[in-house]
Ligand binder design. Structure first.
Ligand code: C5P
Length: 232
């Protein structure tokens, strides 16, 4: 081959399955919206935050320090996790509730700042792209994991509105909660997620920005479906 031969491009005979990426800060409602959009379209659903939460929980259980990048990345690469019937499993332990604990959420945000951990989870996330399509929920779905997704949405809401939603969820589950603390916690987590060096939380340039501060879940779901239909 001479240096001016055209490069060989290997193309799959099948077009890639469509992906709708839904990114945004915690408690913006993106998880619920993403699940409902996936159900409406009969698409697969990826909750990428659950993978970071599972990584943090595995490290905590194994007594691995959350800033030990090499060891945490190894745990992430070998994560014995499975999702079925709405439950999350780590080997044969149902960890659906355990991964939602505030301490595990904070741990997830810590391990998510480690580049080797993000690398270790990359292939696993992309493998969710299967026919007939995927709705992917996270922070970097549209910017890093699926940059070629045909439809991208960045869902946001004010920190106060998000803290109020989290407050209601906690009270409904019989937990005690303090709204002022929740607002501060939300702002701290946003600051950490947006300022980290690797895959910071920010909208992809081609994402639809959807502010749900004054919007209910149904309207947000309809807006995402309309955006997807306008792109396909
Ligand atoms: O979405 P969720 O709150 O479950 O995510 C837990 C943490 O994992 C987030 O605070 C964020 O730091 C991290 N995360 C991430 N990239 C993703 C999904 C989650 O960094 N795609």
């Amino acid at each position: 081959m001479t240096s001016d031969s055209p490069p060989t491009v290997s193309r799959s005979p099948f077009p890639a399955s469509p992906v709708i990426t839904i990114d945004g800060p915690s408690a913006s409602g993106k998880g619920t919206v993403a699940e409902r959009v996936a159900r409406a379209l009969g698409f697969h659903f990826l909750d990428s935050g659950a993978l970071y939460r599972l990584t943090a929980l595995s490290a905590m259980k194994a007594g691995v320090a959350l800033d030990d990048e090499t060891s945490v990345a190894r745990l992430a690469a070998e994560l014995p996790a499975s999702f079925h019937d709405g439950a999350v499993w780590l080997v044969d332990e149902n960890v659906t509730a355990a991964i939602r604990a505030e301490a595990v959420g904070a741990g997830a945000s810590q391990v998510a700042a480690l580049p080797a951990v993000r690398d270790a989870l990359l292939g696993r996330q992309r493998a969710y792209r299967q026919p007939p399509g995927l709705v992917a929920d996270g922070r970097d779905m549209g910017t890093v994991i699926f940059p070629d997704a045909p439809a991208k949405v960045f869902l946001t809401a004010s920190a106060e509105a998000r803290a109020e939603r989290r407050y209601k969820q906690l009270i409904e589950k019989g937990n005690s909660a303090n709204l002022t603390d929740l607002v501060a916690d939300m702002q701290a987590r946003d600051a950490r997620d947006t300022s980290r060096a690797v895959a910071p939380l920010r909208p992809a340039p081609d994402a639809l920005l959807l502010d749900t501060t004054h919007m209910d879940i149904d309207s947000a779901v309809q807006a995402v479906l309309a955006h997807y239909r306008s792109r396909s």
